[in-house]
Unconditional design. Structure first.
Ligand SMILES: [Zn+2]
Length: 285
């Protein structure tokens, strides 16, 4: 059995899977994300132990977290939402408790792994752009039996010079405009409830600019959008293709698809992460 701990900005999901098959989920529990690190650790340990008591021994634990990770050190170093988790050694803390292998990775990168069994299954390379409470971008290239993974800080590419202040300290980042948390702060409602079409026209354009910027570094033939905002807000989902056509002139329009994995993408990606790690097939750049 494999345990997945998926710590998102608002909710934390803990799941048990019998195998690497995404359909082999035994149980999933969730609770509102606890912003105090130690309190969160206590709650997570308790729930993981409950799963082990119910389903038997766990082989390993894979963590998805919303923040930049130092992959070699296996530590989350910088999160705009989980400040108290920054540089805390959650991998070591869980290893110490359960005495099994534990791995951690940033949520957006795991979204890209989740697509290996979904929209990225039959292509040899793709760009994955996450549009949810934050914005992320990852390029994945399959080479022989290896997966080359290029993370980016797409959310912090600038779309408006001297624009809105972003949590990262810069001004005018795309995340400051279309990241779900920032939209909620600006419009004082969940983005799903915003009906003003001008807001969405602008959001589509900013996403198109960010996608075009991504393609200048990684001229991919396949763009997969993932994340709860783009999968649940029709104006974004339906507008992005023509939005990108208007903005991008240098390269041919890539094939654009929107994933339906939504808020389960991190969990499924973390499960895939164990498989890739075990098979030694990841080249994480
Ligand atoms: Zn920023």
């Amino acid at each position: 059995m494999y345990i997945i701990l998926d710590i998102q900005a608002q909710l934390t999901y803990i799941s048990a899977f019998e195998s690497f098959d995404s359909k082999a989920r035994l149980r999933q529990t969730r609770f509102p994300t606890i912003y105090n690190y130690l309190a969160s650790l206590v709650e997570s340990k308790k729930r993981i132990q409950n799963l082990i008591d119910e389903f038997g021994e766990a082989e390993s634990i894979s963590i998805s977290i919303t923040g930049s990770t130092d992959y070699d050190k296996q530590i989350m170093t910088d999160s705009a939402y989980l400040h108290e988790y920054n540089n805390k050694d959650i991998v070591k803390d869980l290893k110490h408790e359960f005495d099994i292998p534990v791995i951690i990775e940033q949520d957006c990168i795991l979204d890209a792994y989740a697509e290996l069994n979904n929209l990225g299954e039959n292509v040899d390379e793709y760009g994955l752009i996450t549009v949810t409470y934050g914005i992320g971008g990852v390029y994945v290239k399959k080479e022989d039996s290896k997966y080359l993974v290029f993370p980016t800080e797409l959310g912090h590419t600038i779309v408006v010079p001297n624009g809105l202040e972003c949590a990262c300290g810069q001004r005018g980042c795309v995340e400051a405009y279309i990241g779900g948390v920032n939209m909620k702060d600006r419009f004082l409602t969940d983005p799903k409830n915003i009906e003003d079409y001008r807001v969405w026209e602008e959001a589509v354009d900013f996403l198109a600019i960010a996608t075009s910027n991504f393609m200048m570094a990684f001229p991919t033939k396949n763009i997969i959008y993932s994340g709860s905002s783009i999968s649940t807000i029709p104006a974004l989902k339906n507008g992005i293709k023509s939005g990108l056509e208007k903005r991008m002139r240098v390269y041919k329009q890539p094939k654009i698809r929107v994933s339906s994995l939504s808020n389960q993408a991190n969990t499924l990606g973390a499960l895939k992460h164990i498989e890739l790690y075990k098979n030694n097939s990841l080249v994480r750049l």
